[in-house]
Design a protein around this ligand. Structure first.
Ligand SMILES: [Zn+2]
Length: 438
């Protein structure tokens, strides 16, 4: 794939020209743009940073070779080739790899959701926040279910609280079909493009334990041994923007706990469809977060509330699966449920809330400290300990033995799941919703 750039007055345009058919992923558009500060120029970014930002857009479609209009360092070329078996050309033999400037600051890919807000509370005051402000290409219908109102409000409120928040407009998510990040760490692109301009030295994300250590999937895996860490983590290291995975050792239960106890409690909203302080209550995230926040606040989940939540169509589909993505969070919620609502009791059985010890989800898996650049470890550790306890050896055993493969294949849990689905279907039949959406 050949890549070209056009830059003027803060507008950076990428053009892509595919030279070979590159498999399954679908490239929907051959161009995208970023709105950067007006005094930023192509010269104010190290070529390896621009190359990495580009790779995060085109990786699924680039085929075996990417050709840029400028040279990358030998080290970047070699590392990329070694890790991905793909090639980025040309090489500039005179170019030294990037080293972050003196007096540099950490960056955070901030979404407005709970997990990146938790990351924000754990990072130093001078952290630079990057909100990727998704815009729709001009030649496409200007409607989307994605609602930025609450995220924008959070960004502006954080600015008033003295935080440095950069809202960077881009339509790069439309390069992919379906629309979205071609690579999950693509939310770091604004931070990479501005890393030299703003003197940045690391990249933090709201990546929680469910994703990093895979406990939201089938079984625990040491993050440092995952493909993700050994591909993207290494490439970020080469441009001296190492991952700063401040919440990787914290489950979604823990990040919610941190945010509920933080000054940003009212700013964090994970639902991307609802309005400010008014989550849609009609999506999957709303289902999980409403239950989790109520559980963490010690509220009793009353039948009316549960009845309403179990009627959310998207949530119904999601929790009817076996296993469920981020099932551990539902195990945590149902383990704390003592009521008698029939479907909730069946969900408890299905997700083993009646059997498993869930206390590890409220605590910190401290080996994750090694996923942070050394200079931030002490600070972040102290911040985490203000909100969470460290996992006990028993908790560590529980987290490492987290496994959904066996349970989801067993006839007993298949039967529980069928009972659950039947009850959920009956609930939908008996209680049609009067006001869909609200
Ligand atoms: Zn929602």
């Amino acid at each position: 794939m050949k890549v070209g750039y056009i830059y003027s007055n803060g507008l950076l345009k990428f053009n892509f020209h595919a030279e070979e058919n590159s498999g399954k992923a679908k490239m929907a558009r051959k161009t995208c743009k970023f709105y950067l500060p007006a005094d930023w120029t192509l010269k104010s970014v190290h070529p390896d940073l621009l190359a990495l930002a580009t790779i995060l857009i085109v990786y699924p479609f680039c085929g075996s070779k990417i050709t840029l209009p400028f040279g990358v360092s030998q080290l970047f070329h070699n590392t990329f080739r070694q890790i991905t078996k793909k090639i980025v050309y040309p090489i500039n033999n005179d170019l030294k790899p990037r080293i972050s400037p003196k007096l540099s600051k950490p960056a955070l890919a901030y979404s407005g959701g709970v997990d990146s807000t938790a990351a924000l509370t754990l990072l130093p005051q001078n952290t630079q926040l990057f909100f990727l402000d998704r815009i729709i290409p001009h030649d496409m219908p200007q409607n989307s279910r994605y609602n930025k109102q609450s995220a924008h409000f959070a960004c502006h409120s954080l600015r008033k609280l003295g935080k440095s928040v950069h809202l960077i407009k881009s339509d790069f998510e439309y390069v992919r079909n379906p629309v979205g990040f071609p690579i999950d760490v693509a939310c770091a692109i604004p931070g990479l493009l501005l890393a030299d301009y703003l003197r940045l030295d690391s990249m933090a994300f709201g990546t929680v334990m469910e994703s990093a250590y895979r406990v939201g999937h089938l079984e625990y895996k040491d993050y440092s041994e995952t493909h993700h860490y050994n591909t993207w983590g290494k490439l970020f290291q080469i441009v001296d923007m190492p991952f700063n995975q401040v919440v990787a050792g914290i489950s979604e239960v823990g990040t919610s706990k941190i945010v509920l106890n933080s000054p940003y409690k009212a700013l964090a909203q994970s639902c991307i469809r609802g309005n400010l302080n008014n989550p849609c209550l009609n999506c999957n995230k709303c289902f999980r977060k409403q239950l989790l926040n109520s559980t963490l606040s010690g509220k009793t989940l009353n039948d009316k509330f549960l009845s309403r939540l179990f009627l959310i169509p998207e949530a119904g589909k999601y929790i009817s699966k076996l296993p469920i993505k981020h099932e551990n969070v539902l195990t945590y919620i149902t383990a704390h449920y003592q009521g008698n609502f029939h479907i909730m009791k069946l969900l408890k059985k299905k997700t083993r809330g009646d059997l498993l010890n869930v206390s590890w989800m409220e605590k910190w898996h401290s080996p994750s400290l090694l996923l942070l650049p050394e200079k931030y470890r002490d600070y972040v550790k102290n911040r985490i300990l203000e909100s969470l306890e460290v996992m006990t050896p028993q908790d560590e055993k529980n987290v490492k033995s987290w496994n959904l493969i066996k349970s989801s294949a067993s006839p007993k849990y298949k039967k529980y799941n069928e009972q659950f689905i039947t009850a959920l279907n009956n609930h939908k039949k008996n209680k049609p919703r009067k006001n869909p959406g609200k």
